[in-house]
Design a protein around this ligand. Structure first.
Ligand SMILES: [Cu+2]
Length: 181
């Protein structure tokens, strides 16, 4: 007699628990980062260069020209690269020679404002090295725009090139700039 009463309510509770469980699992899958982004071919460091010679560059009038593209790789990953479709997060190594003038062309191929500055520290507010600052935190380079600057590295070392828009370094918008003797 009492079982007849208990069983339906027990079944009801089991059904409710099952529904709550299914909904919870569904919500969790929504909270997780979209798998579409991670399954896209984000070539992290794939373009890292090994030598100065392997850094794509052209000989200009007295200066070596390096074109660096910047933009978004995914929703939460920004980066740099040497060619369209080759923007990676973080960006590839850029290698230059001490005493050899370099013209860096920065093209914003993304949908958000970005910048490119050479710094000794990986901080958005670090002092630009050799005066290399293409766009500033308050006046960044807009989508589709480009800026260029010519400079001469005067000491060897491992430095960074970074986007100075606050928060972008944290999303991978930086790379190593290596000056070799
Ligand atoms: Cu940026």
């Amino acid at each position: 007699m009492s079982e007849d009463v208990v069983n339906p309510s027990r079944a009801l509770w089991l059904t409710i628990i099952l529904i709550v469980f299914v909904v919870a699992v569904f919500m969790l899958t929504l909270l997780l980062p979209p798998s579409g982004i991670s399954s896209e071919p984000i070539r992290t460091q794939a373009l890292t260069t090994a030598t100065v010679e392997e850094t794509p560059q052209e000989k200009g009038e007295g200066a070596v020209k390096i074109v660096v593209l910047g933009g978004e790789v995914g929703a939460t990953e920004y980066g740099y690269g040497f060619e369209v479709g080759g923007v990676v997060s973080p960006g590839p190594d850029v290698r230059v020679r001490v005493g050899v003038p370099v013209t860096i062309v920065f093209k914003n191929v993304g949908n958000l404002p970005h910048t490119l500055a050479i710094t000794e520290e990986k901080r958005f507010d670090a002092e630009p090295l050799w005066g290399v600052q293409l766009g500033t935190p308050t006046r960044p380079v807009g989508p589709g725009e480009e800026r260029m600057i010519t400079f001469t590295p005067n000491r060897a070392g491992e430095y960074y090139y970074v986007c100075q828009v606050p928060g972008h370094i944290e999303l991978g918008m930086w790379g190593k700039l290596i000056a070799e003797e």
